[in-house]
Design a protein around this ligand. Structure first.
Ligand SMILES: [Zn+2]
Ligand SMILES: [Zn+2]
Length: 226
């Protein structure tokens, strides 16, 4: 899943890849619209509205945690030249540390398309299986936040964002720049979650990724030399 990683730092990318990402973004948008309509139709009581609200919040929190999980793994394991995964998954994160502003020069398709592609199986599964109000709400919030994660991350590195974005950042509804700046200080070993950053208090406070890292290293997973 490509959720929440900095978009690849190459220029516009091959035309075929952009066409694929544009198609994925369109399909994800349609799938999300279908799920939202289904969710709204099911909310016919206060009880249903409460379940939907909890599910949406849980999906937003889950997206933040998964963004941190993917980010932590790609920062701490493998190398850019590792076969297959190196170029696809590891390099964009390492390039982001070398040049944090590069992603601010990417267009929306580069920022969103790859994550939309990763979300398609999840959206399709939710649409196919969905007879659960909670699952629909969870999927809508998780997929939306995961697709938007690179956009939220890029805003956190942009100095001249709109007033609306400043309001969202100020209320911590999207990743605030000062919060994310802590990841870029020192050795990149904290504040991995980057959709809203809400889960960093939990993952850093409880040492979740530190413990996982110790376990994976003990199992022989090749850690980064950086
Ligand atoms: Zn990082
Ligand atoms: Zn960053």
């Amino acid at each position: 899943m490509s959720t929440a990683g900095p978009a690849a730092a190459s220029d516009q990318g091959p035309r075929a890849q952009r066409a694929l990402e544009a198609a994925a973004l369109a399909l994800a948008g349609i799938a999300l619209a279908v799920l939202v309509v289904r969710l709204v139709r099911r909310v016919d009581s206060l009880h249903a509205a409460t379940i939907a609200g909890i599910a949406l919040l849980a999906g937003y929190l889950l997206a933040d945690f998964v963004s941190g999980l993917v980010h932590w793994f790609c920062d701490r394991f493998f190398e850019e030249n590792t076969p297959i995964v190196g170029r696809l998954f590891i390099a964009p994160f390492r390039e982001h540390h070398r040049d944090p502003l590069a992603m601010t020069r990417h267009d929306s398709l580069e920022l969103l398309g790859n994550s939309a592609l990763g979300m398609l199986p999840i959206l399709a599964a939710a649409w196919w299986c969905g007879d659960s109000l909670f699952a629909d709400g969870l999927t809508i919030a998780f997929a939306t936040a995961s697709i938007a994660a690179n956009r939220f991350h890029a805003w956190a590195h942009t100095t001249d964002v709109s007033r609306t974005v400043q309001w969202l950042q100020g209320h911590r509804l999207v990743l605030p720049p000062r919060h994310h700046a802590r990841h870029h200080r020192g050795s990149y070993t904290s504040h991995y979650c980057m959709t809203t950053g809400w889960m960093n208090a939990c993952t850093d406070g409880l040492g979740v990724f530190t413990a996982l890292e110790r376990a994976l290293r003990a199992l022989g997973m090749p850690a980064t030399s950086a």
